[in-house]
Ligand binder design. Sequence first.
Ligand code: NAD
Length: 482
Amino acid sequence: MNDKIDFPQTDLYINGGWQAGADGERFDVINPATEEVLASVASAEIADADVALDAADAAFADWAQRTPRDRSIILRKAFELMSARLPEFARIITLENGKATGDAMGEATYAAEFFRWFSEEAVRADGLITHAPASGARIIVQHKPAGIAVLVTPWNYPAAMATRKIAPALAAGCPVILKPASETPLTMLALMPLLEEAGVPPGVVQVLPSRKSGPIVDHLLHDPRVRVVSFTGSTGVGRTLLRSAADQVLKPAMELGGNAPLIVFEDADLDVAVTGAMQAKMRNLGEACTAANRFYVHEDIAEAFTKKFTEAMAALKVGNGLDDGVDVGPLVNASTRDKVAEFVDDAIAKGAKCVLGGQRPNGKGFFYPPTVLTHVPQNANCVHDEIFGPVAAIQTFTDQDDVIARANDTEYGLVAYVFTENFKRGLQVCEALDYGMTGLNRGLVSDPAAPFGGTKQSGLGREGGHEGIKEFTETQYISASW
Ligand code: NAD
């Protein structure tokens, strides 16, 4: 393991160049495995946000008027350049976020794929020209770039949550201003030279790390040149941004929190269910909006499932994500780790049984072991709130309608997982679940080609798929006679 790495890009990226913040302030980025400082990064101020807005505004007309094919070629090049350097990106992701190298490589690959997917979508914009039914007019419908987009992203996927927004925005013809999470700004800063090399012109993408997220983002959302806000993060901050966005009636795209149920029916294939449950729970060590948060296992197979699943959890190796063979790195910071520990302590105090893990280790790093809780009571906090860590909370059920009602009994609606060998039953249950996405006999739903997003308080809009680009376009209708 070697966690010494130079980070050449630690300033703000504005108008195709690097600048220290207006007042010279910087903040530290911490390696969660060692608690050491990785780099000191410039912190954007309001004055920097204004310079970024001017740059994006100046770049807009040219970028919007490029042919879709031009934009597509640049995005394809970005995919190729990033794909050629996946281990380098994975390493930066592991260093600043903590996740193990396998997870980081998975993220870097997924992140690069958004450039490929949207290079293909850029040239597939649809429109319409038709006769009005009665008036004699022609109806012309086309989709235009919406304008400058403000993108705000979380720390759990420092690369993918950003490229899932940057790629469709650029494909649509919109310049962007990205505010990455303060815990993990280095990955996106490292991407900027590649975007330049791919041909992205100055001003089309700016990156503004800042430790004053609230004021900076609020300022950006009140500039009349901005038309889109695309946010991924917690539901609480999403609500705040929606309120700010209301003042200028911005187009909002919100990818917010989740509380995913994972339902294992008595007719599930046990191996498929355990493999899927491990993916749904432990990908990104549970720090995922898609992480299975509530396990509902049919009483007839609860014992067999719990035994096999617990064995798989126990086999995971915890450690510095850069070390060979490590599956589970540290959580991103102390407060996230403490929150996970509180969920476990609360559930045990209310009657849950801890069959694996549950003890916070001593020493440096924000580690928490893979943990399995059974007999989790309905009033445990982890049943209602996102755990966001490597803890599986298992409950049992006997009745299909009852488990559907329990799964839907949450303000969230991002993703659910269903395991059964009866395909008809599986589809019926998926349709009855009030979720934007469902994994049927799969613990992994994310795919650049599919619409990612949730119902209820899990968000507004969709990213990826054919829908993703629409978050960055306006529909224009022309009523014409000739
Ligand atoms: P967060 O909401 O705390 O922060 C997200 C981003 O918003 C960061 O860049 C942060 O600096 C910024 N921010 C924080 N307060 C702000 C404010 N007042 N004004 C403007 N910006 C502000 O979320 P997090 O802790 O970084 O990420 C975890 C959350 O993200 C979880 O709830 C998770 O479910 C959610 N998430 C959702 C998806 C999805 O696609 N639905 C994907 C990943 C993460």
